[in-house]
Design a protein around this ligand. Structure first.
Ligand code: CA
Length: 278
């Protein structure tokens, strides 16, 4: 198990209770505002190698000026090329989730079923969308939420870096802006297979610091079985991030006034109309 922390992020990675290898990799760079979690797959250490390539190549490309999507594509190509050169590694691949911050805004990109969640004011929202067969069937209405959760093909992903399927590489992308107090959670499926979203939210709600919360999340995933490698990273908003919108709309008194005038006019018109027609 390794543990790293600093002022902005706190990360955990653990092989879990059932596996000898940890095929997950992490890249935490608070200084440049770049964070990566990758979950590798493939025999003969292929999984470890693929996820490590993602965690090296993506920061390298971004530091050279590539955009986030180009960086993911470069890592994909590097993994494919390595698999061709070393046939025992052929077919290795890795999921990836990346957060790249620029000031108070950030981009997220991903491929596969590692996830990014945003924790804001006590609410946990998944910001990535799994590239998985089950997620596709869910979207097209072939499965209910409940059926999706227990589907036997839960782990069949439809895209990852290094995969050379005919369907090609899918990359998800979102932009967002920090609000004061926001946390982002990046994780491999070793966390989300063991814990439901509401269990994750309950743990986050009980802890004030990202270090305490990341420790507690790892412990909960291990206590619940730890059947896979578990990797997670919590990132907190910059200290100077803007305060979020207050829940009550500041326009509310004005809107109420307009609504009042509209209703009064309606009543006047009705009285006028019915008065004349009577
Ligand atoms: Ca995994």
């Amino acid at each position: 198990m390794s543990h790293s922390h600093s002022s902005r992020s706190s990360a955990q990675t653990h092989p879990g209770h059932k596996r000898n290898q940890n095929q997950d990799s992490l890249h935490m760079d608070d200084g440049h505002g770049l964070w990566v979690v990758a979950d590798g797959m493939g025999g003969h250490h292929g999984g470890e190698i693929a996820s490590a390539i993602a965690c090296e190549e993506i920061p390298e490309r971004i530091s050279q000026g590539a955009d986030i999507e180009a960086a993911l594509r470069a890592a994909h190509q590097k993994i494919v090329t390595r698999g061709v050169a070393q046939p025992e590694l052929r077919g290795m691949g890795t999921t990836v989730v990346v957060v790249r911050e620029q000031g108070n805004e950030y981009e997220i990109a991903w491929s596969g079923d590692s996830r990014i969640y945003r924790w804001r004011k006590g609410r946990l929202v998944q910001r990535s969308e799994d590239h998985s067969i089950v997620q596709r069937m869910l979207k097209s209405g072939l499965l209910s939420e409940q059926q999706a959760k227990t589907h036997p093909h839960q782990h069949v992903i439809s895209s990852c870096l290094g995969s050379t399927s005919a369907e090609g590489l899918e990359i998800g992308y979102q932009r967002d802006a920090w609000e004061q107090g926001d946390w982002l959670l990046l994780c491999s499926d070793g966390l989300t297979d063991e814990l439901e979203d509401d269990q994750i939210a309950a743990i986050l709600a009980r802890h004030r610091t990202i270090d305490d919360a990341s420790n507690a999340l790892l412990q909960a995933a291990l206590d619940s079985g730890g059947r896979d490698n578990v990797t997670l990273a919590l990132i907190q908003a910059p200290a100077d991030a803007p305060v979020g919108m207050v829940t009550r709309n500041p326009m509310f008194p004005l809107l109420l006034g307009i609504a009042g005038v509209v209703i009064a006019l309606g009543i006047l018109l009705a009285v006028e109309f019915f008065g004349k027609s009577a």
